[in-house]
Design a protein around this ligand. Structure first.
Ligand SMILES: CCCCC/C=C/C(=O)SCCNC(=O)CCNC(=O)[C@H](O)C(C)(C)COP(=O)(O)OP(=O)(O)OC[C@H]1O[C@@H](n2cnc3c(N)ncnc32)[C@H](O)[C@@H]1OP(=O)(O)O
Length: 396
């Protein structure tokens, strides 16, 4: 096995090995522990498949083979494909692992899979920071990871190499994730980022490769997307928590005014450089920021692009509480797990009592901001700022 494992490791490292042994295809990390008497449900299994993307470190080839075998057994039943040739090392190792499970019932394989992922998660749970393998970074597929456990649905922005900049696909996926979270049985929903940034805002390459003659249409559809996206935050019915694990820029900052709680590491900064970009405020910040921090502090941020430290943002009311980076993940998740045990209907109703009377106003503000931004995107100021960023002349 060691020889096969070594070869597998080399193939993984070289990126030559794609699905189904690719780790993203594996079911994975089911983090709530099922006792021996419990049966893992299909939902537990799907959760595990999503959670595997958040494994902090490569679990090693032997474990991957076990996961592979259990996944195949759980989804397809006993091994029913011909044995690969002896020189087809990788497929033979996979086949051997699957075949070794014999006639293990699908339900047992599913349970074993969930248990295995659960045990893997125990070692990676403490920091909560995720270092995905290079083959897990394809845009559109893994750029958003959604998990559900302990009564908390967590939506993680997962483009760490691009500082979690938001692509159009991610806007759509976040809307879908929020829609699903509003209906699932979790009590609290969390948005966070993977890596050193929370989010660097709108992906500025969204403005590139627009064919001549389509610029106005793209600005129009961008404004529709923005409006729909922000509407989802305005209408979200459960407590919504931002776990700000690092610096935040642009729309990821403005949206914070629509969250119910914002926890930040002391390493986080908050930056809305709209004027530098030839753009204007969105996410209802033209209303929520002056309301929470007063008009002049809001102007410093939204008009002059002043970057706030986490402590400054906390003083201004944008952040609920700041934690030392070294204990951030641990402290925040302990707190959230405790909150998630409160009666969910009471929390939902209390949130509505606090927020509902503003909803209509927020929708109107969102519509207005989106329409103004649509015009801004067509301006020379905006075009120049984006060209500057893309040509690496200017960093914010
Ligand atoms: C349809 C809805 C529209 C909603 C309207 C929203 C508006 C906004 O959000 S406005 C804010 C837009 N964001 C920015 O202007 C940030 C731009 N990024 C930066 O200034 C910097 O990258 C940084 C300060 C965020 C980080 O700097 P640094 O630590 O030096 O890291 P790098 O610049 O080397 O970044 C690594 C890698 O990531 C790419 N990247 C980072 N942010 C973005 C982004 N917003 N859009 C596109 N790409 C981004 C950066 O280009 C690097 O890529 P590679 O060079 O390919 O490694």
């Amino acid at each position: 096995m060691a020889g096969v494992a070594g070869r597998l490791a080399r193939r993984w490292c070289s990126g030559a090995l794609r699905s189904p042994l690719q780790i993203t295809r594996f079911p994975a990390l089911q983090l709530h522990v099922c006792g021996p008497a419990m049966r893992a449900s299909q939902k537990d299994f799907e959760n595990a498949m999503n959670q595997v993307k958040l494994l902090k470190k490569d679990p090693g080839n032997e474990v991957k083979l076990k996961l592979y075998a259990l996944y195949k057994q759980a989804t397809e039943g006993p091994c029913n494909v011909p044995k690969p040739g002896v020189l087809d090392f990788i497929n033979k190792a996979k086949w051997d692992a699957w075949h070794a499970l014999g006639s293990l019932p699908k339900e047992t394989a599913r349970q074993n899979y969930v248990d295995l992922v659960s045990s893997l998660s125990a070692s990676s749970e403490s920091s909560g920071q995720v270092t995905p393998a290079a083959d897990r970074k394809q845009p559109g597929s893994d750029a958003l990871v959604v998990t559900s456990r302990d009564g908390i649905t967590t939506i993680t922005l997962n483009r760490p190499d691009k500082k979690n900049a938001l692509t159009p696909q991610m806007y759509h996926d976040i809307m879908l994730a929020l829609e699903a979270a509003s209906k699932d049985d979790s009590a609290i929903t969390v948005l966070t980022g993977n890596g050193d940034y929370y989010c660097s805002g709108n992906d500025l390459t969204n403005f590139t490769d627009i064919p001549p003659g389509e610029v106005e249409e793209r600005a129009r559809s961008g404004a529709v997307l923005l409006r729909d996206f922000v509407d989802c935050f305005i209408d979200f019915p459960k407590p919504l928590v931002a776990v700000v694990n690092g610096p935040a820029v642009g729309i990821s900052v403005t949206l914070l005014g629509l969250f119910d709680i914002v926890y930040a590491t002391d390493r986080a900064t908050f930056h809305t450089p709209f004027s530098h970009l030839g753009q204007s405020p969105e996410g209802c910040s033209s209303y929520t920021f002056p309301k929470m921090m007063g008009p002049s502090k809001a102007t410093e941020m939204l008009v002059f692009g002043k970057k706030l430290t986490a402590r400054e943002a906390c003083t201004q009311g944008l952040v609920t509480e700041v934690f030392p980076d070294s204990t951030f993940q641990k402290e925040v998740w302990v707190r959230l797990k405790a909150y998630s045990k409160l009666p969910p209907n009471a929390m939902r109703i209390s949130k509505q009592v606090i927020r509902n009377r503003e909803k209509e106003k927020l929708h109107a503000i969102n519509a207005e901001e989106s329409s103004i931004l649509q015009e801004r995107w067509l301006s020379d100021e905006c075009m120049n700022a984006i060209v500057n960023f893309l040509s690496k002349k200017a960093k914010l």
